[in-house]
Design a protein around this ligand. Sequence first.
Ligand SMILES: [Zn+2]
Length: 474
Amino acid sequence: MTGRTFIRNFLICLFLGSVAQTAFAALVRYNETDYDMTVRIDPIARTIEGKSIITVINPREVNLVLGQAFEVTRALFNGNVLGAGREQVNQPYFWQIPFNYSQQHQFEIHWRGKLAALDDSLDHQQTLGRPIAVSGEAGTFLPDASGWYPRVADGLARYKVKLELPAGQRGLVAGRLIEESESEQGYRAAFEFPHPAEGIDLMAGPYVIETQTHQNINNRPIQLRTYFHPQISNLSRDYLDAVKRYLDLYEKWIGEYPYSEYSIVSSPTPTGFGMPTLTYLGINVLQLPFIRDTSLGHEVLHNWWGNGVYPDYKSGNWSEGLTTFMADYAYKEQESSEAAREMRLGWLRDFAALQPGQDAPLSAFTSRTHSASKIVGYNKAAMFFFMLRDHLDETVFQRAIQGFWSVQRFKVTSWQHLQKMFEMISGQNLQPFFTQWLERTGAPEITISEAKSTSADSGYGLSITLNNPHQRTS
Ligand SMILES: [Zn+2]
């Protein structure tokens, strides 16, 4: 097994957790929730202590939840004491509050807890399967799905997070860094995410931070950072240079980068996550030399597709296919036409090897749960965009991509939105083209029914007749 195959199989880009499906589905009844949170973490004692002011505007009902590993020490609702939220220890907290009128409401929750010990022997799949808040001197990872902070269930929210860590530790959440200080007492940083976000993931570790400022396509500054463990801090420059190249590439190709920062964060476990404004990659993964040329670009591009334009999971996740096409596949095209052809052949070989029942229409893919869905959700969907570009021509495809970005930014977006944009720009009815791939399994079964030499004065020629059950073409 080569390193590259290994990484392809084990490092999946999970730009959104599975919880995102319900979160984004709920966008239409988005309650305008804001979190203003202060969190203190001690990775050696593995303790967390937090306070959150949660403001909800115009709710019909609020379901407020907190994971079972935590203990609420104070809970107020509009200044009055809130009920216990659970009947016994080791149950998750759950407060259900119905409302009959429109108004602004505020919760104030203080909580604390003991975090699970970091287990760096876990692989990526195990990390994915256990959304547990873990901490240790080598790293802290509080995934949103672990329920590490009191949150309004099934909704998007803006947030501010103030983070406090002991000296020697540094950390972050997705968003804009608005304050940062360091002293003998420890590290403090405040982050703000001003767009509706699906959740908050927090990372910390004994990081060496390297910062550079990059000008975006409209001359606005983007703060680029690496939060690397000391043993790989020498890789910072190369990673930051690579990120600049990807930002330049995708800004020219699609449009302005939607955020004012991008960070690459190292993890003690061999994981690979993409979140808005950052990617969280294992130390061992970051040390692999080809990651800068492959997976990193894929993760950067997810700030446009996935974390910039949100897939509508009810109609399928188009973002992995488009990201694979414009990142992994695009790099092969830049390399050579042979390399690109080889990648397409690989997709077809994997597709041909699917067992009966493993194939699915593109609209059925929501996130990657096993390798068969990668073959459809990433590769077959990337092939769809390849064929669409062939069908329309490159200039039209490019204009449609740019239009799609400018219209759908920060909106929940379906395959049908994509179709409409490509139809509007191309002036073509693309219904049959989209429907056959989105709603049907399989692929055309093309055979060569005839091949003959057509020698002429000018040289040799070959005439091939292709056959499939529905069409006949030469
Ligand atoms: Zn991805």
